[in-house]
Ligand binder design. Structure first.
Ligand code: G
Ligand code: G
Ligand code: MN
Ligand code: NA
Length: 253
């Protein structure tokens, strides 16, 4: 309850911050994208993870305000980086279920892109498989976003409720292999089979595929050998404040 009333004021008081985690191509190690991850700098409790406050935001409806701020800030920052000579890569933003099903989602994303000047192809929205359960609704939303030029990634892929038939019906651009399949991949034959199969399926469906949660050289080697094109994880970088991303990864900047 206390956290909820604090969260109501968090946006106005500018307590939300975005951290950014770079994504890389296997082989070349060139940066191919960056995921925006929201944090709450609580006045007394310190830096809070979205795992703590996004569920409260979803329950209370505060997600609309927080989600709008997050999308706007991610697009604004990416456009600023583009203008300053940073890499011409897209920014990924996580959507929660209520945001995805918001009736004016496409209109307000259009508005945010117009305000910030970011071109639609540089925005990637991360949704989970479970959000597509109502197939008729999600098909319509995804079709509109696709027509507009925004990219869609399926986050935590392999862990949700989904039907493979969605993958052929819907305009999904990228599968993000959940990190639970990666953590033990050098030892676990089932994880190896699942990951190799997802990579191969994505390729055959003309989708991109990225593996999340890479923490070790062994995991990276497995993914490289199995032709996974893109990777994200602590092995390369933790999520960082914008200025630290610039300092560590944009050279010269
Ligand atoms: O960054 P961290 O590992 O703490 O993220 C925990 C969870 O919060 C992840 O599932 C991530 O997708 C989610 N998350 C991070 N940023 C956002 C955001 O801006 N909006 C929503 N809806 N979820 C987010
Ligand atoms: O659900 P989603 O994929 O959006 O969650 C992203 C979160 O995963 C990030 O907020 C980040 O904190 C976390 N994460 C990113 N890379 C790694 C990693 O290599 N290991 C672990 N354990 N977590 C990671
Ligand atoms: Mn994500
Ligand atoms: Na994930």
């Amino acid at each position: 309850i206390e956290l909820e009333s604090d969260l109501r004021k968090a946006v106005q008081r500018q307590e939300l911050e975005l951290y950014y985690q770079p994504q890389f191509q296997t082989g070349s190690y060139s940066m191919i994208g960056i995921e925006a991850l929201v944090r709450w700098r609580h006045p007394t409790k310190g830096l809070l993870s979205p795992g703590v406050f996004i569920p409260i935001a979803e329950e209370t409806g505060l997600i609309y305000e927080i989600g709008t701020w997050t999308l706007h800030e991610a697009c604004r920052q990416m456009k600023e980086w583009h203008l300053a000579g940073g890499p011409l890569i897209p920014v990924s933003v996580n959507l929660s279920s209520r945001q995805f099903h918001q009736s004016n989602l496409v209109a307000y994303i259009r508005e945010i892109l117009q305000e910030t000047g970011l071109e639609p192809q540089y925005l990637e929205l991360e949704i989970t498989e479970s959000m597509m359960m109502d197939a008729a609704v999600s098909a319509e939303i995804l079709r509109e976003l696709d027509e507009f030029g925004v990219k869609i990634s399926l986050d935590d892929f392999g862990t949700g409720y989904s039907s493979l038939s969605y993958l052929k019906q819907f305009p999904i651009h990228k599968l993000k292999i959940d990190r639970s399949f990666i953590s033990d991949i050098t030892r676990n034959a089932s994880d190896q089979a699942i990951v190799a199969t997802i990579i191969s399926m994505a390729k055959h469906l003309n989708m991109e595929v990225i593996a999340e949660g890479i923490e070790t050289k062994g995991q990276l080697d497995f993914l490289t050998e199995n032709s996974c094109q893109e990777i994200q994880g602590y092995y390369f970088s933790r999520p960082l404040p914008a200025q630290e991303v610039e300092a560590a990864f944009f050279t010269p900047y």
